[in-house]
Design a protein around this ligand. Structure first.
Ligand SMILES: Cc1cc2nc3c(=O)[nH]c(=O)nc-3n(C[C@H](O)[C@H](O)[C@H](O)COP(=O)(O)O)c2cc1C
Length: 199
């Protein structure tokens, strides 16, 4: 797939077919992630990659199903919440692969006074985005879930992750169902978002 086609095609997919992803496809996606830029050229990432359905189902138990009280969505964000909230657990249960890109935080965000704290986190997200785009190029659907509240600790214990590693997002992959639910995308264009030479 051509690069800009990949950029335009990528959407957050939260409904997947019951279909395995070939190992070589997953390895290409993981490799794309690992080619991302990183702060201080550390590439301090360790990717726990789940393909075993039983393990994925056990992991999904830690993800809180979100209640959603939105009846008639009035904005693209509400439309997204209505689709996304109830699917936070099921999208993982349906996934063929979940990648947990752990990174090491050299400067704790809580003690950050100079902005260094965002560097490792930023590098982790560069890796995540590379994988989302690679997944799209491979014809897969993808979405991220941000682990919140007790989820990071529970997942860390479940996967026996050593201390000192942080999880920015779960990268959830699978073959999309036909016509998955997709909210309207908020328009962000060069015309309405870009300031040339000064604000
Ligand atoms: C930092 C970040 C956090 C996100 N967290 C979640 C999440 O926890 N669960 C989810 O279903 N989608 C999550 N998303 C996906 C967004 O909801 C999605 O990107 C947005 O609604 C636009 O839709 P699109 O990706 O199809 O363009 C997240 C995306 C980003 C960049």
């Amino acid at each position: 797939m051509e690069f800009y086609e990949v950029i335009n095609k990528r959407r957050s997919i939260r409904q997947f077919e019951d279909r395995e992803i070939p190992r070589e496809v997953l390895e290409r996606i993981l490799d794309a992630g690992l080619k991302a830029p990183s702060s201080n050229h550390q590439r301090r990432w360790e990717l726990v990659t789940l393909t075993d359905k039983a393990i994925i189902m056990d992991l999904a138990k830690f993800i809180r199903p979100y209640p959603c009280r939105i009846g008639e969505p009035k904005t693209p964000q509400q439309e997204m919440f209505k689709i996304a909230y109830p699917r936070q657990r099921t999208m993982i249960e349906e996934a063929a692969c979940v990648i947990l890109p752990y990174f090491k935080q050299q400067y704790p965000l809580s003690e950050d006074k100079n902005g260094y704290g965002l560097m490792d986190y930023g590098a982790a997200w560069a890796l995540v985005e590379n994988m989302l785009l690679a997944a799209t190029a491979e014809g897969l659907g993808s979405v991220v879930h941000i682990p919140v509240k007790k989820e990071p600790e529970q997942i860390k214990d479940f996967l026996k992750v050593p201390d000192g590693w942080s999880l920015p997002a779960l990268v959830v992959l699978g073959y999309a169902v036909k016509d998955p639910l997709l909210p309207t995308q908020v328009k962000a264009t060069v015309e309405n978002k870009v300031h040339w030479n000064k604000w």
